[in-house]
Design a protein around this ligand. Structure first.
Ligand code: CS2
Ligand code: MG
Length: 402
């Protein structure tokens, strides 16, 4: 079997997605997600101009050799654009291999370690009352785990908070919108949010929170400590992770579980955090961390240090990544939780998939391959539109972490 053609399909069914389609000379094809939110075209060029010409004629069964060829062979290795391109190719090749073996991807990885996959939903509100209402709504839908994000009094739009009932302020825009942030106001407010939530929802719902890279280690230590009475499932992305040892300070002060890694793109980004047990959940996901090949390596390494998996799964990873993640989630022994914030109808229409959600749990389905396809006729209906994530500034104008 040989790789005959590689197509890169860019479409925007509600938001931009980049999908790699690898077609073999025996008619089998596989697809992979290569979406980097806000930088999509960089990955398209990397794939079309630099990767595709090198893969035509190669044996698609040689997944590891192709992965190493694209990683070591590029010389300029690592980084979000390179690794999203490698991830997309890798997902497509695993899709082909599982189809050729006539089995669902999870069987190729080692079979199912569980019957279903616990996931968590997003709930947010501008006020504490709105957050409580949003969490209740998700509980009624059957979610046993819910991430709660709250507006901070006096601030127009904070990460993950809807400006109005219809759309998220953080949805990509034609140019980056600018948000304003105050850590001190946020630190003062968040413990009140979770005190109220525990009051109302009680203790049998897992509550999670995403600080979205905005704190220093000692600020994260304070927040973790003040949230201890409310027993969070985790505090996520508390501190930017370029300085992994920064998390030693957080760990010294709090038992609130720590989640990190959605923006990591190789095992090297996670190594020290896992080895020193500075984190409890590793958030790497198929589209950013090297596909199935990359993720399997990271998760096996994490299993040695009591670190569990928690694949990133917001609306800006496509249903292809969601499907691939779910096959890994079903197999991986040190599974933790899967993020699932759902998709618009148009996205489901463009990516027919075997995976399903029911009452707070997901399953990849029994279709061969990863079980996700792309309807290119539907993709035609939704052309790419340049869009950005917001940027964030402190009140004095300092450019801050979004
Ligand atoms: C967030 C993401 O879901 C999460 O945990 O951190 O939604 C993140 O904001 C987006 O993926 C950025 O594109
Ligand atoms: Mg996050």
């Amino acid at each position: 079997m040989k790789i005959k053609e590689i197509r890169v399909i860019v479409a925007s069914p509600g938001r931009n997605f980049v999908t790699v389609k690898i077609i073999t000379d025996e008619g089998l094809y596989g697809i992979g997600d290569a979406t980097v939110n806000g930088r999509e075209k960089a990955v398209v060029a990397y794939l079309e101009d630099h990767v595709a010409p090198c893969l035509i004629g190669r044996d698609p069964m040689q997944i590891e050799d192709i992965w190493q060829y694209l990683y070591r062979g590029a010389y300029w290795r690592r980084g979000p654009i390179t690794m999203a391109a490698i991830s997309g190719v890798d997902m497509a090749l695993w899709d082909i291999k599982a189809k050729a073996a006539n089995m669902p991807l999870y069987q190729l990885l080692g079979g199912a370690s569980r019957g279903r996959i616990m996931c968590y939903a997003h709930a947010q509100g501008r006020t504490i009352a709105e957050v409580v209402e949003a969490v209740q709504e998700k509980r009624e839908q059957g979610f046993a785990a819910i991430r709660a994000q709250a507006g901070v009094p006096g601030f127009e739009s904070i990460y993950g908070i809807r400006k109005d009932k219809k759309k998220l302020t953080t949805l990509a825009k034609a140019l980056p919108v600018e948000e304003v942030w105050s850590t001190s106001e946020y630190l003062r407010h968040i413990p009140k949010v979770f005190e109220k939530l525990r009051d109302v929802v009680g203790w049998n719902t897992h509550l999670l929170h995403d600080a979205h890279h905005r704190l220093t280690p000692i600020e994260a230590a304070r927040l973790g400590k003040e949230l201890e009475p409310f027993r969070l499932f985790w505090l996520e992305d508390a501190v930017p992770a370029e300085l992994p040892e920064g998390y030693r300070l957080v760990r010294q002060h709090t038992t609130t579980p720590i989640a990190l890694g959605e923006i990591f793109n190789t095992i090297w980004d996670a190594r020290q955090l896992i080895e020193e047990q500075l984190i409890d959940y590793i958030r790497t996901t198929s589209v950013h961390a090297g596909g199935v090949t990359g993720l399997r390596r990271i998760f096996d390494f994490a299993s040695i240090y009591h670190v569990r998996t928690a694949c990133h799964g917001p609306t800006d990873v496509s249903p292809v990544t969601m499907g691939t993640n779910l096959h890994i989630d079903l197999w991986v022994p040190n599974f933790g939780i899967q993020e699932y914030s759902g998709y618009r109808e148009a996205t489901h229409e463009m990516f027919p998939h075997a995976w399903s959600w029911k009452g707070g749990y997901l399953h990849p389905g029994e279709a061969i391959g990863h079980g996700v396809d792309i309807d290119e006729a539907v993709a035609e209906k939704y052309p790419y539109k340049r869009a950005y994530l917001p940027v964030n500034r402190l009140e004095d104008g300092t450019l801050w972490h979004w």
